[in-house]
Design a protein around this ligand. Structure first.
Ligand code: MG
Length: 234
């Protein structure tokens, strides 16, 4: 990539922090703790497919600023369980109350995160995190993991109640980093929020194709499937 890049901004969920894996591990444990399968004859995989799909849609609506954080929290478990016939408030409440704290105890990172960040930092790039996730979880995901050793600034859209792809989130992160868009690259797994959002304000995006979904492509945007491929770019 261009010589002028000095700052690399990373999305967090499913770019550095393995959100899908950590969520699944956490939910599997909570599922077994509450004995849902035994009580309601509902397998974990049936529950998880329904939950995952709903959660993705809710986060997409949250990104588009069409629903609030509270809507996500109110709906993701309750509606999933209701739809699957688990009309048991105690169980929905248990998931609501404990999921966010439990999920950050499963701190698996995306493959090769540390090696890649180490390489980039050693090459002299200043590294940053920009997330649409909630402030508290975003800080824990960085500070409770080796990511903290490499990152200079953390920005959560929740700080200004905006979400990527909104330009205000990128602008806030650039301000914190004391960086200009022209000297900044953005690496993320969300085509709309990360790639198009950062490109629109003049940053140089890299698409991390976490879900191995080949439908996205645009001239001039490098696509990687493994973080280590950043070594070929920077
Ligand atoms: Mg992401």
């Amino acid at each position: 990539m261009q010589e002028k890049i000095k700052h690399i901004f990373f999305d967090l969920d499913n770019t550095l922090w393995d959100t899908d894996r950590n969520s699944k591990l956490t939910l599997r444990q909570m599922y077994s703790d509450t004995e849902v399968e035994r009580k309601y004859r509902l397998t974990f995989s049936d529950f998880f497919i329904n939950y995952y799909d709903r959660n993705e849609k809710l986060w997409a609506l949250y990104s588009q600023e069409k629903i609030t954080k509270q809507d996500i929290l109110d709906q993701r478990f309750k509606k999933t369980f209701q739809e699957l016939g688990v009309k048991d408030e105690e169980i929905w409440n248990y998931f609501d109350e404990h999921f966010l704290d439990k999920v950050v105890q499963n701190n698996n990172l995306i493959d090769n995160t540390e090696e890649t960040l180490e390489y980039l930092k050693t090459k002299g790039y200043e590294l940053h995190v920009v997330s649409n996730g909630f402030i508290r979880q975003t800080h824990r995901k960085v500070n409770d993991t080796p990511i903290k050793n490499y990152i200079s600034t953390i920005t959560s859209g929740e700080e200004i109640n905006k979400r990527k792809p909104a330009k205000e989130v990128f602008e806030l992160s650039l301000k914190k980093a004391d960086a200009s868009p022209e000297e900044s690259s953005f690496v993320g797994d969300d085509w709309e929020a990360d790639v198009l959002g950062s490109k629109r304000i003049g940053m140089s995006p890299v698409f991390f194709n976490y879900k191995k979904d080949d439908k996205y492509k645009q001239n001039g945007v490098p696509i990687i499937r493994d973080l280590l491929e950043l070594k070929n770019i920077f």
